[in-house]
Design a protein around this ligand. Sequence first.
Ligand code: THU
Length: 160
Amino acid sequence: MTKKTITINYTEYKSAAAMEPKDRELVEAALEARSGSYAPYSKFHVGAALRLVDGTIVKGANQENVAYPSGLCAERTAMFAAGANYPGVAFDTLAIVGANGDEVCEMPAAPCGGCRQVMAEYQRHFGRPLRVILIGTHAIYKFGKVEDLLPLIFDSLKVE
Ligand code: THU
């Protein structure tokens, strides 16, 4: 038996002011994207902004449904919109912010497992790291690749 440890890496910023300009712009876009949230049930408004490698920014926001499982997270609305509208253009960075009503969470809201799996799929598909930024009012976390949010990714199907 061997005990092992997995280390994940991320950078913490006190605010967006300390980030590089293209990331600051993406943080702003994610904050704006919250206005597209349809969350009458949870009142938790999530905004996502996805930068593609050509510089295009695609926004997403959570969409709820009275039949709860029919709704979708903000991250996936952004990634699927990009996949559908800009096929073949690789993803560079995904920024995410959660808010209770209009109040942005103090600590960064973490994406659900389903969204992490979708991030992993596109990262593998495009063959380049997908950077992820999680935004809170007290801290912002930047991850350089999806493995740092989803260690031991399931990718064993030899479908490609
Ligand atoms: N939600 C997201 O949009 N992203 C996540 O990663 C977690 C949760 C949404 C789904 C639902 O509309 C609301 O937040 C409460 O769970």
